[in-house]
Design a protein around this ligand. Sequence first.
Ligand SMILES: O=C(O)CCC(=O)C(=O)O
Length: 270
Amino acid sequence: MARAAILGMIGAAAALHIPNHPATPYIARNGFAVLPRPAQVTAALVDETRAHILRRLDLLRETARRKHGSDCDLRFHEVASRQPHRFDVRACDEVEGPGWKELEAAVLETATDVLPRLSSTKPPRITAAGCVISEPGCAPQHYHADGPHPDAAGLYNCFVPLVDVPAEGDGTAFWIGSHMDEKLARAAAAKRLDGLNLDDIEVAPAVDAGNLLFFDYRVVHRGLAAHDRVRPVAYFTISTRDDDVKDDWNWSGERLLDGPEDLRPEGSQG
Ligand SMILES: O=C(O)CCC(=O)C(=O)O
């Protein structure tokens, strides 16, 4: 997923606003929490969103093969694959099929109720969104944080898996409390953590389809390997800060889809 470019610095006077929700202290302390599927996020909505995203990825890959001879190492405006078999499909009008807006609204409503936030004149808002799709053959990611210390304070991601993910399975693993540890985060950014034995501090929670997995942008985490199935997870980046956050620094400006012939997969009707 795209890391955000942090444009502003946290002022010394910034204060944390702590909502009165049982998950809030958990997120503040551990850096992440899994919340139940909101009522508006029905199983049908999850199914519809999953089908829509996977169709979109098929279209993008097919177009990449046709125009560029390969669907590996994609770096386009609409899709990226920064490692083999893991794709990041950026949210845009085409992705935002019928269910997407409802999903986004449910995420934002819960985020507003739950997330510790920097006191702000602005309510929490979604600054980037998309879907990471891992397919069989995908290796575990390097440990990473989505943003640096201390500048990423007040930013969060919400993952919404579109399939059930078992504990310690093929989902996302976190280092509990690592968002509070500047040294650890710096080492993660420098990729000096791989190879360490982290069994006792790494947790990969069970997250059912449609549950909301919120995490602090600074927490060290990684997507695990995919062995025998496709795992799509929608993501929403949420800012609780005053300043602006730009989300396009590692997306290419080059568009893959540019004409009517690209709007549907080859061979489809209508
Ligand atoms: O696949 C996942 O569960 C995590 C993905 C992730 O952290 C990323 O793409 O930066």
